[in-house]
Write a protein that binds this ligand. Structure first.
Ligand code: FES
Ligand SMILES: [Fe+2]
Length: 477
């Protein structure tokens, strides 16, 4: 489906050489309805569901299973209903919820003596899904050896409990994300529910442009992280950043380039890592990494880690993180549901909207969720009109589709096979450099990337120097 649209470009979109404004006609290519289905459906047997099942995914906070033999908890991931428990030996088990005997829920089971026992007829399963006791059958039938419960490997790593839901013989490495290897006092973590498809959540992270609008706010600086307060000054100054995407083995990084006084640029280079991680740059530590893990097609769990790789988090660092107004929302006590949500219109105050901030909604994450969830549980992307500010979003969709189709054709994603690829950092810098490749090559040590990784596409790219319509076409074709 194509549509013509005239777009008047801000001067920042011109290549450094051209230096003049221009009006270009964009051939906008929307995501086709069938591709939207492919990107968003994650249940068993779907293309995207298969791709997600090739990666370790955050699933729980360790304190949800605080000690051996504690009560089991319900968990739903990738459209599968699961039960997680911690056995007597401190091993984590993640099993399909329904007992293989007559399908009773194991949520009601007894967690005892290294296994979870179904309370209907007493069958008992260990963390690997073996049926280790079957008191309702005569021992001589040996029936218990013929029955297994579906189980998935789980690991405690970097402050989360992770699960791998793919084929056993393809089990990948855990992603060596920098924050996962830090002492606990150098990170702050949280989990909450997003009432929308995972792709909408991750697209919000890859949309540098929205910060100058949605988060154009007079939120007191005390409620923002120090980095966010600084960044908000910069992103308010140039509302039409030029975006450039550079593909890598783990996903991509993209740079948003804003004009800055003195012939310089304010660059924010975000890391996106397959299948659902984004690390957002800020001028100072701590910064935040988020994972958008699908519960099912219409609900997502967000796993946030705010971290400082150089020092323990201070009280001043923690204040905005726990305030509910920074990168994480306040939750309804005893749940992972944000207190401000669609049912209360995220607390929108029209008077505040008129006089004080752009949205009338308080808090960075509340603003993000309000807008992302407002698109509906699965956005009708075939009705979008994408512009140059959407280049990174288009690139993510394209890359996910390509990776899912390649997997379907027999080629597994390289990122899943090499956890060391995940050690990268984003970059937030004011520099006179106009193109992303030179910027990344100059600061490859800071970004922890190979000096010239990936092929880049975008207006801030010296090599590409393509008109904007070509960038979008090259990503959508
Ligand atoms: S249904 Fe679980 S033991 Fe019978
Ligand atoms: Fe945002």
């Amino acid at each position: 489906m194509t549509k013509k649209l005239d777009v008047n470009y801000h001067s920042a979109h011109q290549s450094p050489a051209s230096g003049k404004d221009a009006v270009a006609t964009l051939e906008i290519i929307m995501l086709k309805r069938e591709d939207n289905e492919l990107v968003t459906r994650v249940g068993p047997g779907t293309l995207m569901g298969d791709l997600f099942r090739r990666f370790w995914l955050p699933a729980l906070l360790p304190n949800e299973l605080p000690n051996p033999d504690c009560p089991p908890v319900r968990l739903r991931l990738l459209g599968e209903d699961l039960i997680a428990f911690r056995d007597s030996n401190d091993r984590i088990g993640i099993l399909h919820e329904h007992c293989p005997h007559r399908r009773a829920s194991l949520f009601y089971g007894r967690n005892e003596d290294c296994g979870l026992r179904c309370v209907y007829h007493g069958w008992k399963f260990d963390v690997d899904g073996n049926c280790v006791d079957q008191p309702s059958e005569p021992p001589e039938t040996n029936f218990k050896h013929k029955v297994r419960q579906v189980s998935y490997p789980a690991r405690e790593w970097g402050g989360f409990i992770w699960v791998y839901m793919g084929p056993t013989e393809e089990m990948p490495e855990l992603p060596n994300l920098e924050w996962a290897m830090l002492p606990a006092n150098q990170r702050w973590q949280a989990k909450w529910l997003y009432e929308a498809n995972y792709a909408q959540g991750i697209e919000g992270e890859l949309d540098s442009c929205h910060t100058g609008f949605l988060h154009d706010t007079s939120t007191p600086a005390t409620d923002l992280t120090a980095g966010m307060a600084k960044a908000s000054e910069y992103w308010a100054a140039d509302k039409a950043p030029a975006l450039t995407v550079a593909q890598t083995d783990y996903g991509y990084y993209y740079g948003s380039r804003r004009n800055y006084p003195g012939g310089q640029y304010y660059w924010r280079v975000t890391q996106w890592l397959l299948p659902c991680f984004a690390i957002i740059p800020m001028p100072t530590w701590p910064i935040s990494c988020r994972a958008y893990v699908p519960v099912d097609d219409e609900t997502t769990l967000v796993f946030n880690t705010s971290y400082n790789p150089e020092a323990p988090l201070t009280e001043a660092d923690l204040k905005p993180l726990v305030s509910g107004l920074g990168p994480a929302p306040k939750l309804i006590p005893g749940t992972f549901s944000p207190a401000l949500n669609a049912r209360n219109s995220y607390g929108i105050d029209r008077e505040v909207q008129r006089r004080r901030n752009f949205t009338g909604i308080e808090g960075i994450n509340n603003q993000d969720r309000a807008i992302v969830e407002s698109m509906g549980p699965i956005c009708d992307r075939w009705n979008e009109h994408l512009g140059t500010s959407d280049v990174a979003i288009i690139a993510m969709r394209r890359r996910m589709l390509d990776a899912a189709k390649s997997l379907n054709a027999g080629s597994s994603p390289k990122a899943a096979r090499d956890g060391s690829l995940y050690q990268v950092r984003p970059l937030d810098i004011i520099a006179p450099i106009a193109d992303l490749q030179t910027l990344a090559a100059t600061h490859s040590d800071r970004m922890r990337i190979a000096a010239r990784s990936g092929k880049s596409v975008g207006p801030g790219d010296r090599d590409a120097e393509k008109p904007a319509e070509k960038q979008i076409q090259s990503l959508t074709n």
